[in-house]
Design a binder for this molecule. Structure first.
Ligand code: ZN
Length: 202
């Protein structure tokens, strides 16, 4: 993408890299590693960004997307955020998909698919429902490997601490494949790489 002067502007990959940094920072705080960056499409300016804060805030709704949306809306003094792109490292859940719609966000770019907790290309596919009144353009980020690895790395030691065996590969996990198979659009011919995510907390 170029700006009006022909100078290269920040790319999707750079914004997603920032979201991944926020996810890593969340993991270091003991949060589920998800990061989100909300960008004004015309200026390329980051309006707000966040990692998950559900543990620190003792708030089950404090997902990265929710926090970025709340912060940007509060800063703008308006409840809707048209003309923006939201970059998220993990497919948004039902709550966050609803918030993205309510906020009138233009475009959603996410990295890892979450067959167990997602609501965009998994689960309820909120944006495809007739009760959804604003649908963003949805794009999968090409390289979801780092986002998925962050999630796997986060949950693997937790399972070990809990006394469980190492989780089987994603494609051997019950629940992961059926969700992935149920996807019918071309976007979904992708590995269920984020199925290690705990849908109750991601
Ligand atoms: Zn969410």
């Amino acid at each position: 993408m170029d700006d009006a002067t022909g100078q290269p502007t920040t790319t999707d990959a750079q914004y997603m890299a920032r979201a991944l940094d926020l996810a890593s920072q969340a993991a270091a705080r003991g949060e589920v590693p998800v990061g989100a960056v909300l960008v004004d499409r015309s200026s390329g300016r980051i309006l707000a960004e966040a990692g998950n804060e559900t543990e620190a805030a003792a708030d089950p709704t404090a997902h990265a997307e929710m926090l970025a949306i709340r912060r940007a809306a509060a800063a703008s003094g308006r409840p809707r955020l048209p003309g923006t792109t939201l970059y998220v490292t993990l497919e948004p859940c039902t709550q966050c998909a609803g918030a993205i719609s309510f906020a009138r966000i233009d475009r959603l770019v996410f990295a890892a698919v979450d067959p167990k907790g997602g609501a965009v290309v998994s689960g309820v596919r909120f944006f495809e429902q007739p009760t959804c009144h604003h649908r963003p353009v949805v794009e999968r980020f090409d390289d979801a490997g780092r986002a998925a690895e962050l999630l796997r790395g986060f949950f693997r030691p937790r399972r070990r601490r809990a006394g469980g065996d190492d989780p089987p590969p994603d494609d051997a996990r019950p629940g992961a494949r059926p969700a992935a198979r149920s996807v019918t659009t071309s976007q979904l011919a992708l590995p269920a790489e984020a199925s290690a995510a705990d849908p109750s907390s991601a």
